[in-house]
Design a protein around this ligand. Structure first.
Ligand code: NI
Length: 141
């Protein structure tokens, strides 16, 4: 295992790649290029974890829906209960008289978490659904 001090890497980039990268570093308010590179590496490792991991992953699902729409709240609740072992936490916010915003924290095997998120987003009446695959962080420095 590498020390906390880390390893120095030298790399060369074509100028036309460096210019937009430096612009990204500024826009996202990284203090150094190294911080941006570390984040990009972590992002790629998390994506890879989702494709290849047999272990646990985590993610969040945001849903916006009208709770008056047919039996939608009941169906969303049924689906969550059918996979209750994957649902770590939920937060429900009543945006206005009609609309609800719900955020679910999901954790479990990647394929199962993705499938649950897909089932919820696909429910007729869900106005907006965004799934953000993340990580439990166990294998990420
Ligand atoms: Ni509500």
């Amino acid at each position: 295992m590498e020390s906390e001090k880390g390893v120095r890497l030298g790399s060369s980039l074509p100028g036309r790649l460096l210019e937009p990268f430096d612009e990204l570093v500024r826009r996202r308010r990284y203090r150094t290029r190294s911080e941006a590179v570390r984040d990009l590496i972590r992002k790629t490792l998390v994506e890879e974890e989702w494709k290849t991991s047999g272990g646990e992953v985590a993610g969040t699902l945001t849903l916006v829906y009208d709770h008056h729409f047919r039996d939608l709240p009941g169906r969303l609740m049924d689906i969550q209960h059918q996979s209750h072992e994957l649902v770590v936490a939920t937060q429900h916010v009543h945006i206005d008289h009609h609309n609800c915003l719900e955020v679910l924290v999901l954790k479990g095997p990647a394929a199962e978490v993705e499938s649950l998120a897909g089932s919820l987003m696909a429910c007729v009446g869900v106005k907006h659904g965004v799934f953000v695959p993340s990580t439990t962080g166990k294998d990420l420095a």
